[in-house]
Write a protein that binds this ligand. Structure first.
Ligand SMILES: [Zn+2]
Length: 250
């Protein structure tokens, strides 16, 4: 379900606040984040048979268990894909941060949507997606460790964010931009290399000038055959184009 704009802004603020407080870096490691939030983990695979069945009945992904004034536990299904496990952990951190256990006036549906948004935003915040020199499902997936589906949603949300972005960042966005991100920067460096290669190829070949109709037909349909004198740059051209044409914003 959709939440109101004010709630989305509040959640983004909470994400930034807790990321800074826990000294997190990007790409975000959900397990480290949870540990720094003093939340312990219980993988489903360590549970006995009855407890495992009960856990699966509660959720096939994971759930948060809080004791009054005691430590919180995230029970999580460690048979799921890594990307999904990460999102489950962030979702459960979201429930705790947003204090869902002590807000009985909120419906479960609202709580679920809030935790879901918390996880999505924490894993791939818009100001960090904005740093990527090529914004495609594939690059977002690789940069932030998302599933293909989640990266697709992140790209859609990024496009919406970009429509309203006037060049000035909000306070919580500045906090996120100030976080350590050497891992992400390494990938950005790699992408810049690919982008440079692509522009060199375009200058060198400029296919559109000769047969735009043919280029349109060929691109995205077939791998061009390699001629004997094709250079390394030309051989890489197809892959570079695939990346940039995969629903991308440059
Ligand atoms: Zn939930």
């Amino acid at each position: 379900m959709l939440l109101d704009d004010e709630t989305y802004e509040e959640i983004k603020g909470e994400v930034a606040h807790y990321l800074v407080r826990c000294g997190m870096s990007y790409p975000l490691d959900a397990g480290v984040f949870a540990r720094r939030m003093d939340i312990d983990f219980v993988p489903y695979s360590t549970l006995g048979r009855d407890a495992y069945i009960a856990a699966m009945k509660t959720s096939r992904d994971g759930f948060l268990c809080e004791k009054n004034c005691g430590p919180a536990y995230i029970f999580f299904n460690d048979e799921r894909m890594k990307e999904r496990q990460d999102m489950s952990m962030l979702h459960e951190i979201g429930h705790q941060v947003l204090d869902h256990n002590s807000t009985p006036n909120k419906s479960d549906e609202v709580k679920e949507s809030e935790a879901k948004f918390f996880a999505k935003y924490a894993k791939a915040p818009m100001p960090l997606i904005h740093l990527l020199p090529m914004k495609t499902v594939e690059t977002i997936q690789k940069a932030f460790g998302l599933s293909c589906e989640a990266a697709g949603y992140a790209l859609d949300n990024y496009k919406k964010w970009l429509e309203h972005f006037d060049g000035t960042y909000k306070d919580y966005e500045l906090k996120i931009l100030a976080l350590e991100r050497s891992g992400l920067e390494a990938y950005i460096f790699e992408l810049n290399g690919i982008k440079k290669l692509q522009s060199e190829c375009d200058q060198q070949l400029d296919w559109n000038k000769y047969r735009p109709d043919l280029v349109k037909e060929v691109r995205g349909h077939a791998v061009p055959l390699q001629s004997h004198n094709s250079t390394f740059v030309q051989r890489n051209l197809y892959e570079v184009r695939q990346i940039s044409e995969f629903g991308g914003v440059m």
